[in-house]
Design a protein around this ligand. Structure first.
Ligand SMILES: [Cu+2]
Length: 164
């Protein structure tokens, strides 16, 4: 019985492998392309304290707003963001382009209690202040967003225009 089941397997696996090879390559290429836009490229990379050109205070409010709501920075500029939570509930400030925000929104939907302490994201409890150093990359729109349930959708985002 076992022998009968196993006999056709090598041919079967060979066919499956042949069929899957192009699919696998496409997936690998897509993942590589994705990494080019992850933290560290594209919209910027973690900054160093010695390069800080400007310190910007961002205030997180329970009215689900980040203040200021709009900023302009230059390509290559390193900014120190001091994110202060002036509210009574937890907020976060996560820097990313549209694609990164979308991915993070999905992660937070699955794990709403997730706490971040990453080069591009901080979770800030009420009364706390946290700093992020970021060196902005290519021109375009970067968002500093809070993805606690419903906050980003309600407009809790600082829109950061990166100019040449
Ligand atoms: Cu929030």
């Amino acid at each position: 019985m076992a022998t009968r089941l196993l006999t056709p397997a090598p041919l079967g696996w060979a066919l499956i492998c042949l069929a899957l090879t192009p699919l696998w390559s496409a997936t690998a290429r897509a993942e590589q392309a994705g990494h080019e836009h992850g933290p560290g490229t594209g919209y910027g990379q973690p900054g160093s304290a010695s390069d800080v050109a400007r310190t910007i205070e961002v205030t997180a409010l329970d009215s689900v707003r980040h203040e200021p709501s709009n900023l302009t920075v230059k390509t290559g500029e390193t900014v120190a963001f001091v994110v202060r939570n002036a509210g009574q509930m937890r907020h976060e400030f996560m820097l990313g382009d549209a694609k990164e925000q979308h991915q993070h929104a999905q992660t937070m939907q699955a794990h709403p209690d997730m706490v971040h302490e990453e080069p591009n994201a901080v979770t800030v409890d009420p009364g706390q202040s946290k700093m992020l150093l970021w060196r902005f990359g290519t021109p375009g729109l970067v968002e500093g967003a809070c993805h606690l349930p419903g906050h980003y959708e309600a407009g809790m985002v600082t829109r950061i225009q990166v100019t040449e």
